[in-house]
Design a protein around this ligand. Structure first.
Ligand code: KIV
Length: 271
């Protein structure tokens, strides 16, 4: 195996240093070798093999159906492509809730079978035992609070979370608990910017936001959303950096025209 000695791998320690220095952390999702290789080479700090693969890759309405085996397949493909980024793998719904021994076994499978560098799971006090047990095995854990899509049937909507005082208080306590347990970072999804900034200032660990404003330590987006590959998802927090969906459609239409008109292949495109 050839190892490029010039490339310095991003670690959980690097992220901590970035927070201390006030340098923002960039994070995107990826689910396959080709996309992961492109964003790793572009210099992204963290790649999340998100359970949003359930929506983006498999076309499910929610993140609930994706299995541990499917997450392991996606994550191992991503890891093979990454030379620099820290690769974090989402633990899927049903692989860690309510049973800390099962949580540890699931996390160990992810680490052993994918080569990923850390796991992420959703929730606070209700999964404290699972988080602590996984951490005791030396597995780095990223927390995820606010809108936690695996609980969509409890919330009932994908609207902004923690707008009310009681939920905001609980979120602050959960963030403290996660920090004290030893997580290396926390994702805050779709909560008021003021609350997210307050949390980021009150803990030492990096806070990565999605729909949580600018006062946090880094940002994450779903790759297919920011590239304009998904068409029918336009929340306020999403900035589209390209319109690859349209570019692909145009390319495929042109290919069809060229095949039908016998323009493709031409004499230099054959043996
Ligand atoms: O699965 C995912 O893509 C995520 C991000 C939205 C943070 O958890």
């Amino acid at each position: 195996m050839s190892v490029n000695k010039d490339i310095r791998r991003v670690t959980t320690h690097t992220l901590h240093e970035m927070k201390v220095k006030g340098e923002k952390i960039s994070m995107l999702t990826a689910y396959d070798f080709t996309m992961a290789g492109l964003i790793d080479a572009a210099g992204i700090d963290v790649i999340l093999v998100g359970d949003s693969a359930s929506n983006v890759m498999a076309g499910h309405e929610t993140t609930l159906p994706i299995t541990l085996d499917q997450m392991i397949y996606h994550a191992s493909s991503v890891v093979r492509a990454c030379k620099r980024s820290l690769v974090v793998v989402d633990m899927p719904f049903g692989s860690y809730q309510g049973n800390s021994k099962e949580a540890l076994n699931s996390a160990i499978r992810i680490m052993k079978e994918t080569g990923g560098h850390a796991i992420k799971l959703e929730g606070g006090a209700e999964i404290e035992d699972s988080i602590k047990r996984i951490l005791t095995a030396g597995i780095p854990v990223m927390g995820h609070l606010g809108l936690t899509p695996q609980s969509i049937y409890k919330f009932g909507t994908y609207q902004v979370r923690a707008k009310e005082e009681m939920e905001a208080e609980r979120l602050k306590q959960d963030a403290k608990m996660l920090e004290e347990a030893g997580v290396f970072a926390i994702v805050l999804e779709k909560i008021p910017a003021k609350l997210a900034e307050e949390v980021a200032k009150s803990v030492q660990v990096p806070i990565i936001g999605i729909g949580a404003g600018a006062g946090v330590d880094g940002q994450v987006l779903v790759l297919h959303d920011m590239l304009g590959l998904t068409q029918d998802f336009s929340p306020r927090f999403l900035r589209r950096y390209a319109n690859l969906g349209e570019t692909m459609t145009e390319a495929v239409k042109q290919y069809i025209v060229d095949v039908k008109s016998k323009d493709f292949p031409n004499s230099s495109e054959q043996y």
